[in-house]
Design a protein around this ligand. Structure first.
Ligand SMILES: C[S@@+](CC[C@H](N)C(=O)[O-])C[C@H]1O[C@@H](n2cnc3c(N)ncnc32)[C@H](O)[C@@H]1O
Length: 425
């Protein structure tokens, strides 16, 4: 199969989808696949990625169709191949004949005996497209493209917003940039973009939103460290932490270093960037280097302060804790497949442990900004409410006039939660 054919793209994307169905992490699998195919042209890389990410974002969409059109699921990875083909048929209905032919070609290469059934299922689907739309509409998982327990949680917490948040979470993610005020102003960056014919605009918090995602290295000013890629929702961290020159600041869960870099771009602070995973900690180093920033990078566990804390209290702490990442699932669509309902209390317990340990390292009068990229209450407002019952010296401070900020995914930003706590002297 030629590497630029749709058949090849479908086959490779099916391999990625199958790996996620087997429990693998998409980013790691994708990196390994690219290492195995260094000769792939950009077009092939882009096509395989789009097909796999799109199919995984379509969580649950193929099931009602395959359940009705197949007597029993095809063996691995051919069921995944059908899912990728169905995703493609839905997104490019005008190319239905080519898609069916190419899917048959893809299966013929390794399982010629399945050609007939793949051909039959996909042709049936093309013929019965209206009926398939009704099957999907009748199935909440297929309609909202999220696991049922996820839908139920969001619906219970956000009765007015859950549907639009789920829908936004199914779209292609936006691309936003964080301007480095040490190297440029937002106006200068936007002028450089306008001169290069790149459409972008500034949002309320200063983030620049590109009209269309692009390869960052091709944007004028990136190599000079004038900006970094960072979701607009994440960019509230620097402002809401509000670190001032001369302060001792801890970023307790720092890799890859986006928020740590923002803190250093905004004020001359003494920053410690702590990270549990040594491999990920190296990415903080690379980010600081590109941006010309300085901070102390330490590998350690935020829960075990004896391993990394010198006993001098911090004036401010950013606790951007590990979480379900349910607010960024459109960027990492394998999350919808890999997360289980029971993972959420496990994350919440880990977050509570981190928060309790960090609280001891905060100076009286100091503040801690708690951040997750989750949309689930148990990790967010519930977590902070429980923290405040355990720590009588914790005082909640408002963020732009609100007790806490839950950003649900929209066309402009991903889902994040923020709460600010002061340790009373
Ligand atoms: C949400 S990410 C942080 C993103 C980062 N703040 C940024 O803006 O680029 C959470 C990070 O915490 C790290 N982590 C998980 N458990 C930790 C622990 N107990 N102590 C320190 N870091 C931890 C993870 O490896 C991960 O890199």
């Amino acid at each position: 199969m030629p590497a630029d054919s749709l058949a090849y793209g479908l086959q490779q994307a099916a391999g990625l989808v199958q790996a996620v169905r087997d429990g693998a992490n998409l980013t790691d699998t994708w990196e390994a696949l690219q290492r195995a195919h260094p000769q792939w042209p950009d077009g092939t890389r882009g096509a395989v990625r789009d097909l796999a990410w799109g199919t995984l974002r379509d969580y649950g969409r193929a099931e009602p169709i395959l359940g009705r059109l197949l007597q029993k699921p095809l063996p691995d990875p051919y069921q995944a191949l059908l899912m990728v083909a169905i995703h493609r048929l839905e997104s490019r209905p005008e190319q239905s004949h080519t898609i069916v032919d190419q899917a048959v070609e893809a299966v013929a290469a390794t399982a010629p005996g399945l050609r007939g059934v793949v051909n039959g299922v996909l042709r049936n689907l093309v013929r019965q497209a209206d009926q398939a739309a009704r099957w999907r509409e009748a199935d909440p998982v297929a309609r909202h493209r999220h696991p049922d327990w996820w839908i139920a949680r969001l619906r219970a917490s956000w009765p007015g917003e859950w549907e639009s948040a789920l829908e936004a979470g199914n779209q292609h993610p936006p691309m936003a940039l964080r301007v480095n005020p040490r190297r440029a102003t937002a106006t200068q960056v936007l002028e450089g973009f306008a001169a290069a014919g790149i459409d972008a605009r500034a949002l309320d918090n200063g983030a620049l939103l590109l009209a269309r995602p692009r390869a960052v290295a091709q944007l004028p000013g990136f190599a000079e460290g004038r900006f970094s890629v960072q979701d607009a929702g994440a960019q509230w961290a620097g402002r809401w932490l509000g670190a001032q020159a001369g302060e001792r600041v801890l970023d307790a869960c720092a890799a890859p270093g986006g928020k740590a870099a923002q803190i250093l771009e905004l004020a001359d602070v003494a920053l410690t960037a702590l990270e549990l995973d040594p491999r990920r900690a190296r990415r903080i180093e690379e980010n600081f280097e590109r941006l010309g920033l300085r901070g102390e990078i330490r590998v350690g566990d935020a829960r075990r302060t004896a391993g990394w804390w010198d006993g001098r209290p911090f004036d401010r702490i950013l606790a951007d804790v590990p979480c379900s990442a349910s607010g960024v699932a459109r960027r990492h669509p394998d999350i919808k497949w890999l997360r289980r309902r029971e993972d959420i209390p496990r994350f919440a317990a880990q977050q509570a442990e981190i928060l309790d340990a960090l609280w001891h390292t905060l100076a009286p009068g100091g503040t801690m900004l708690y951040v997750t990229c989750s949309v689930f209450d148990e990790e967010n407002r519930g977590q902070i409410a429980r923290f405040c019952t355990r720590h009588a010296d914790a005082l909640r401070l408002p963020l732009d006039g609100r007790l806490e900020q839950q950003l649900l995914p929209t066309a402009e930003h991903d889902g994040f939660y923020y709460a600010l706590l002061r340790k009373q002297a």
